[in-house]
Ligand binder design. Sequence first.
Ligand code: NAP
Length: 252
Amino acid sequence: MPQHPSRVALVTGGTSGIGIEIARRLTDDGFTVVVSGRSRARGDAVAGDLGPTARFIGADLTESGAAEKLVQACVHQAGRLDVLVNNAAIDHTGVLLDTPDAEIRATFETNTFAAIACLQAAGRVMRRQGEGGAIINITSRLASIGVPTMGVYSASKGAMLALTKAAAVELAPLGIRVNAVAPGMTNTPLYAQWVSEQADPAETARHVASAIPLGRIAEPADVAAAVAYLASPGAAYITGVSIPVDGGYLAQ
Ligand code: NAP
C-alpha cells in the first residue's frame, strides 16, 4: 500500500547516484516523484524507470531564477509539492590556500546558493498550500569535520547544515519541517571512478572501509532510507536535525 497517496516529492540531482535511489524509494513509498538535473537523457531514463507517475524537469540550478522556475514547473505538472529533497551538488577537491576564487564560487553556486533558492521556492509553495511539508537537505559528513583538500566543499555543505537548523525554527509555525541527511562515503559511480584511479584500487577500498566502524561505505539505498523516514508521517515531530548515514564515522 502506498504510504503517501497523491503527495508530490521533488528530488534535485535525481539524474545520478544517490538522487536516483532517493527518487526510487520515494516512488516505492507512494509519492509522485519529480526528478531534476541538467541531463535530459539521463533524467528521462530515470523517470521512465520510476514509472508512469514520475516526471523529469530539466534545470541548471546555477542559472538565475532556475529554482523558482523548477518549482513552478513541478507544481504545474504534478499539481502540488509536499517534499523537497535538496540533493543536487558538485564535488570539489583542492589545496585550500591555492583554490581559485572561481572554483569557490562555482561550488557555492550549486551546493549552497541553488539549494537555498530551492528551499525558498518550495517553502513558498508549501506556505500557500497551507498543509506543511518536508524539506530534506543532503549535506555530508564533511559539513561537520575537517579533511585536507575538502575545505571548500565542507564549507558549502556546512552552510546548509546551519540553514537546516535556522529554517527549521523559522518555518515550524508553517508546519514545514526542515532536516538534513549527512552521508559518509557512498557507493556511487563517482566513488567507483575515484577508486579505480588509485594506484591500488582494492587496497584503497579496503582502507576506506576500515576507517568506518560498520566496516563498509554507504550504499545509496542507506541514504534513501533516511530521506524516506524524514519525509514520512513517522517523522512528524522531527525538525532541525541532521541524520548521519556514515556507518558510525562521526561517532568516533
Ligand atoms: P552525483 O552522482 O555527482 O550527482 C549529482 C547530481 O546533481 C546529478 O543528478 C546532477 O545532475 C546534479 N547537479 C549537479 N550540478 C547541477 C546543476 N548546476 N543544476 C542541476 N543539477 C545539478 O552525486 P552523488 O554522489 O549522488 O551525491 C548526491 C548528494 O550527496 C550530493 O549533495 C553530494 O554532495 C552528497 N554526498 C555524496 C557523497 C558520496 O560519497 N557520493 C558523500 C557525501 C555527500 P546532472 O548531471 O543531470 O546535471
